[in-house]
Write a protein that binds this ligand. Structure first.
Ligand code: FAQ
Length: 311
């Protein structure tokens, strides 16, 4: 009899090698990857909105050019990740449709508003910082196309994180009002950034299986801890405070004790009821509708080119 379809699969996972698109894989592994990669792609696409809110109001031409480049990178990451998901036998149209109809998620963090220019700094420092902590281990994910996509994306995220840090560093050394703006942005973005890592391990439905399949390499709580430990020193360099009175070094654990984010709020935001959920999806749907003529023109051009090649 033929060996079970997932036999090769388990050997590859055990040997810490990569599963590639044409390899046999359990259906549940494929579905988990489609879910995670699609969510990740959607996050990049929706994630352009909070920052693009500030492109036309950036305080200098240089800041505007940098922010424009960053937001363009995010569009690129989204398309790159949709392509990685497509290697699993789903189409981009299908995934976009699931986003627009609310059947697939995107990261909770992009449902918070960007009220001031300092928010662009806080997003770069904290949100991209959290994204890097989460995504560097994904470069070793067992699914080849996702792991390889993550390498380039992480390099660009590093640039994004530094630009955010540099914005806050500049504001922290500006006027008293600028310093206050920077502190206020950190106060508002800190806990939502901690929540990006997902529910605590005890409530994480997918972690155990995803770690066994080596999609995830660390649990949500492990990565959250790593992020806190990284931010403390950086906040000192900024000369700004993290808004947590419980934050203190714990020599027994070799990490900082900290206050957990409000997970009820996370679930509320995930379920569609955050401060900007409706606005973000409405904006995305409108942009999609407005792009209809571009998709049609591209398809007509592709069909004509194919006809010409066949002739
Ligand atoms: N938001 O069982 P788990 C970026 C859902 S960075 C929304 O622990 P899992 C860069 C989860 O999907 C942001 N939903 O799930 C950027 C599941 O629901 P489901 C994107 C969340 O998958 C910066 C349920 O809760 N990065 O875009 C969240 O094992 C600036 C139970 O959770 C990625 O997506 C949340 N925060 O672990 C762009 C990284 N947390 O699907 C623009 C890749 C949990 O059963 C501007 N993803 N949920 O309906 C991952 O690493 C994982 O999917 C986790 C969640 C860690 C997010």
């Amino acid at each position: 009899a033929d060996p079970p379809a997932d036999d090769y699969f388990h050997q590859v996972i055990a040997a810490d090698q990569k599963i590639e698109p044409r390899d046999a894989m359990p259906e549940a592994y494929r579905r988990t990857l489609v879910r995670q990669i699609a969510q990740h792609a959607h996050s990049e696409i929706i994630g352009m909105q909070p920052e693009s809110n500030w492109i036309s109001r950036a305080p200098s031409l240089k800041r505007k050019a940098i922010l424009l480049a960053k937001v363009q990178d995010e569009a690129g990451h989204g398309l790159y990740l949709y392509a990685a998901a497509e290697t699993l036998g789903v189409s981009r149209e299908e995934l976009v449709d699931k986003l627009l109809t609310g059947r697939q998620k995107y990261s909770s963090i992009f449902n918070y508003p960007t009220l001031t220019w300092a928010d662009v700094g806080a997003i770069g420092w904290l949100v991209d910082g959290a994204a890097i902590v989460n995504q560097v281990p994904l470069c070793r994910c067992s699914y080849g196309p996702y792991a390889r996509a993550m390498i380039r994306i992480c390099k660009e995220e590093s640039f994004h994180q530094r630009q955010g840090f540099e914005i806050l560093y500049t504001l922290a050394r500006g006027t008293a009002a600028q310093r206050e703006l920077a502190q206020d942005a950190i106060d508002r973005w800190w806990y939502p950034s901690l929540a990006m890592f997902g529910p605590p391990d005890s409530d994480s439905t997918h972690s155990e299986q995803s770690m066994a399949w080596k999609i995830k390499r660390f649990s949500n709580d492990e990565l959250r801890q790593r992020f806190v430990d990284m931010c403390v020193g950086q906040a000192e360099v900024l000369g700004l405070a993290l808004p947590d009175p419980q934050l203190r070094w714990n020599p027994d654990r070799g990490g900082y004790d900290f206050t957990q984010p409000d997970f009820d709020e996370l679930f509320q935001v995930i379920s569609g009821d955050g401060p900007c959920n409706r606005q973000r999806l409405a904006h995305r749907r409108a942009a999609h509708d407005e792009g209809e003529w571009v998709r049609r023109a591209a398809a007509a051009y592709a069909a004509k080119s194919a006809e010409r090649r066949a002739a």
